[in-house]
Write a new protein. Structure first.
Lengths: 172, 169
């Protein structure tokens, strides 16, 4: 398990806007052992926070791209590849913090404490230390924050909460 | 000739295991032998044993505050944490040794036992000090009050961690 990731490449990055807020979207791509391509979307927001999302390239136009189960049995290597990309981001920006949300499965009714979030939380506990990144989690939002200890931003979590509320209308 | 670097964590664990092994041998001998045989063995082995602990403790004390392993990389942290965990497993046995009453020990064993107690005491202090180095990882740097986020401490994460896995970062 988690032996090695797949080779990946960075395609491009571009600035995007939601309302009055801007962020930079970095797009990476890799091919799994199944032959299917995956897209990893790393969104760079204010306060050096990067939100990591990934999905099958075939599903890129689907509104459910974050919700489906691929059943391709290559989850561990996919996650290892995503971690390799995160490591690259951290190398390029030593102040980077990360966040992710565990989207609900198609048969789940609620976004609270989703199965995907619980799975990712277990992976993170096993594979990402808190030496450089401080871990915070929210079962209500199914969200996980890994905040860089070298960040000196005061009230960072509250600011992130406010920013994501404005961007995505998250409710607690 | 290649000389291995003095690794404080590995040495503390090695020393702790020696103390626990000698303590175990002593208890086994006491349970199985008659008093005369035990006293003869104590007389023969007490001084070498005591000297061994004296030498190990002196060397360890000299290095204890100087050769502190740095926790800058994830690999160094993981190794440090594993050694700390292994030391904590041995702590009850080390504390048992420090609680032995010297006056009740067989005459020949008192010198060795005194040295063992001093070594155990040093190792217990070192383990507690090692643990205190992780204090900053167990209290939140970022305030999450007023949000639904909860802080996960280093201890909590370590408890959930499967020792088979290496960290990505």
């Amino acid at each position: 398990m988690f032996s090695s990731g797949f080779p990946y490449e960075k395609l491009h990055h571009r600035q995007k806007e939601i309302g009055s807020r801007c962020y930079i979207e970095h797009i990476y791509r890799f091919r799994g052992a199944s032959g299917k391509h995956y897209i990893v979307q790393v969104e760079q927001y204010d306060f050096e926070v990067y939100v990591v999302k990934f999905f099958l390239r075939d599903m890129k136009d689907s509104p459910h791209r974050y919700n489906i189960l691929t059943n391709l049995n290559e989850c561990t290597r996919v996650l290892t590849t995503v971690a390799d990309i995160m490591k690259e981001v951290l190398r390029e920006n030593p102040y980077a913090s990360f966040a992710f949300i565990g989207s609900r499965l198609q048969n789940e009714q609620s976004d609270v404490n989703t199965k995907r979030y619980r799975f990712y939380t277990k992976i993170v506990a096993n594979k990402i230390s808190n030496l450089h990144l401080e871990h915070h989690h929210s079962d209500i939002l199914s969200a996980y924050l890994m905040l860089n200890r070298d960040s000196s931003e005061p009230n960072l979590i509250k600011k992130l909460r406010q920013m994501f509320d404005e961007l995505y209308n998250l409710y607690e | 000739m290649v000389v291995a670097a003095y690794n404080l964590n590995d040495t503390s664990l090695h020393n702790a295991r020696v103390v626990v092994a000698v303590e175990y041998l002593f208890e086994s001998a006491r349970a199985r032998m008659n008093l005369l045989a035990l006293r003869i063995i104590m007389l023969i082995s007490a001084i070498p044993c005591g000297l061994l602990f004296w030498i190990l403790r002196r060397k360890f004390n000299k290095r204890m505050r100087k050769d502190v392993p740095e926790l800058k990389t994830v690999g160094a942290y993981q190794t440090y944490r594993k050694r700390l965990h292994e030391m904590e497993v041995l702590m009850p046995s080390l504390k048992k040794v420090t609680n032995y009453k010297l006056a009740n020990a067989p005459w020949g064993a008192r010198y060795a036992l005194r040295q063992m107690q001093k070594m155990s005491s040093t190792l217990i202090s070192y383990t507690e000090w090692s643990r205190s180095r992780l204090v900053n990882l167990n209290k939140p740097q970022f305030d999450n009050q007023g949000t639904s986020f909860k802080f996960k401490s280093e201890e909590e994460l370590w408890e959930q961690k499967n020792p088979v896995y290496e960290y990505w970062m």
